[in-house]
Design a protein around this ligand. Structure first.
Ligand code: FES
Length: 369
């Protein structure tokens, strides 16, 4: 069966970033600036994405604001007919830059929040003064009137701040907040001892979010990603592999999900030399886990096989060494009990575990275990 066209595309414009969050989902091997796609290639990719059927373009990184051509890229994406969302830490944006992005037609801003106090936010982001600056940027965003989503990544060190995060979202005029418990890919996988939430924290977060959803209905939309190591059912990662979205890395590789490069047997096409349409429909990486044919018996015989599609392939790879395995978050996985035990062990490490910060491009090898 021919797959439907994708709805969304994540363009990782760069891996450069002033922050060094220890849960960054970028790969350990970061692309250097001289490997990044140039302006014209990104513009061509946006036109191809629109022709393919993509509706929403998420401009991300690293920190996309470090790209000097950002307004030009936004303008090209708008001309192609794409809805543009800038995913930013806010660092590197000022009032003038935001006005330029507004003139270029930027539709929406998604601002990341590392914590709700300067102490925690600056420690987690590894950037002194970052929280204060971010709140200033939020004010400018409100002044221009961009629709705003706040994006709070939560973990053991800041889960107690979840209620305050919701308050901040309201105070800065966000219409939506994504409250996402950290997913253990990329740099986060190296920081499980420091960041794994306790089971109690995970349950408390669910209680708070459910209560807030009732109380803030009509005022704030709350998207929530629970702490899945403590769950019984796996998440439907990427809405199902090769069904709804694609990612382009700074150097042009086209991935079915942001962590797909951790699956060693996959081969990725590059938008420099292959069209997005060809990659989406015919690329071997996109077809590797599409549908249900690839599934192990545990998933194939499950009545949820077309609901969660066996969970996250990258998580199966990280936790079992086999990307074809059932995501061990699923209670039916033979690895489930072991993963639960590991989660408790990581979570019990206390709050003085040092953070392994994301390193700048080119320095990944030094940080690797
Ligand atoms: Fe790759 Fe979930 S992050 S499938």
């Amino acid at each position: 069966m021919t797959p439907k066209p994708p709805i969304a595309m994540l363009a990782e414009l760069t891996h450069r970033c002033p922050l060094s969050c220890p849960y960054c989902s970028n790969p350990l091997e970061l692309a250097r600036m001289d490997q990044e796609l140039d302006t014209q290639t990104w513009k061509r990719a946006f036109r191809q994405a629109a022709d393919l059927g993509v509706l929403q373009l998420h401009l991300s990184g690293g920190e996309p604001a470090v790209r000097r051509d950002l307004p030009d890229l936004v303008s090209a994406a708008r001309d192609a007919g794409l809805y543009t969302n800038l995913i930013t830490s806010g660092i590197g944006l000022n009032e003038k830059r935001l006005a330029e992005l507004d003139d270029a037609g930027l539709d929406h801003v998604q601002l990341s929040l590392q914590g709700t106090t300067p102490e925690i936010a600056d420690e987690i982001g590894g950037y002194k003064g970052g929280f204060k600056r971010k709140m200033q940027v939020a004010e400018w965003i409100g002044k221009i009137g961009f629709p705003l989503t706040l994006n709070a990544v939560l973990h053991r060190r800041n889960l107690h701040q979840i209620e305050r995060a919701l308050e901040i979202a309201l105070e800065i005029g966000a219409r939506r907040i994504e409250v996402a418990t950290v997913q253990f890919h990329g740099w986060a996988l190296k920081n499980r001892d420091a960041l794994m939430p306790t089971r109690e924290q995970a349950q408390e977060a669910i209680r708070i979010v459910n209560k807030a959803r009732r109380e803030l209905k009509g005022k704030l939309v709350i998207d929530f990603v629970p702490a899945d190591y403590h769950e019984q059912l796996p998440k439907r990662c990427m809405g199902g592999w090769g069904t709804t979205g694609l990612n382009i890395t700074p150097d042009g590789q086209v991935l079915p999900c942001h962590a797909a490069q951790t699956i060693p047997h996959l081969v990725f096409d590059n938008v420099r030399d292959t069209s997005l349409s060809d990659i989406w429909y015919n690329g071997s990486a996109f077809n590797a886990y599409r549908g249900t044919d690839w599934m192990p018996d545990t998933c194939m015989s499950c009545d949820r096989k077309e609901i969660d599609f066996g969970g996250c392939r990258c998580q199966a790879m990280a936790l079992t060494g086999d990307p074809n395995a059932t995501d061990p978050v699923c209670a039916k996985s033979p690895h489930h009990i072991k993963v639960k035990r590991q989660a408790h062990e990581h979570a019990a490490k206390g709050d003085d575990v040092p953070l392994t910060y994301r390193q700048p491009p080119g320095k990944a090898a030094e940080a690797a275990e």
